[in-house]
Design a protein around this ligand. Structure first.
Ligand code: ZN
Length: 167
């Protein structure tokens, strides 16, 4: 029998036996980010990008799906307001009727880069550059959900503001 296509069925990364092997690389990349302080600021982006490429595992519930999608939306389009991550979690906790955004495409490649690219980075500078390129390509692949993601981010901001005003 011919060997199967060696790629992750979720993100399309080549040279991997299955999604578990892909996840192994993800864990190593996360380990690298925790062991080098200069990489910590891209850690959230790494988690959101990986999750958006592996929605069957990391975006099962509506809440986790919306969390990763809005986190990515803010990273790509927002300003550097650090209070947004708190506003987003308050929004997620306080909005029980979220509908899960449908991953597009329903299976297979999402974005031009993947964890194999980031894993191959030779130094921290390259790691940061690759995470940002990777995240951008993953975000573009979710284009059909951009509108919805922006609405959620706006809602979260309004909510965050109204809670700040209440003392
Ligand atoms: Zn994968």
């Amino acid at each position: 029998m011919a060997p199967g296509p060696m790629r992750c069925p979720e993100c399309g990364a080549r040279g991997l036996a299955d999604e578990d092997e892909c996840n192994g690389l993800f864990q190593e990349v996360v380990g690298r980010e925790f062991s080098r302080p200069e990489l910590f600021h891209v850690h959230r982006l790494t988690v959101d990008a990986y999750s958006l490429q592996h929605p069957a595992r990391y975006m099962k519930s509506a809440k986790s799906a919306v969390a990763h999608l809005t986190g990515m939306c803010w990273a790509m389009e927002g300003d550097d307001d650090p209070s947004i991550s708190n506003a987003l979690s308050r929004f997620l906790d306080g909005t029980p009727t979220l509908t899960r955004p449908e991953p597009v495409p329903p299976g297979g490649v999402r974005g031009g880069l993947n964890i194999v690219d980031v894993h191959s980075a030779e130094d921290s500078e390259q790691h940061i550059k690759l995470v940002k390129e990777w995240a951008r390509s993953v975000w573009e692949s979710w284009a059909e959900n951009h509108e919805k993601a922006r609405e959620w981010v706006e809602e979260a901001k309004v909510k965050g503001r109204s809670q700040k005003g209440r003392r």
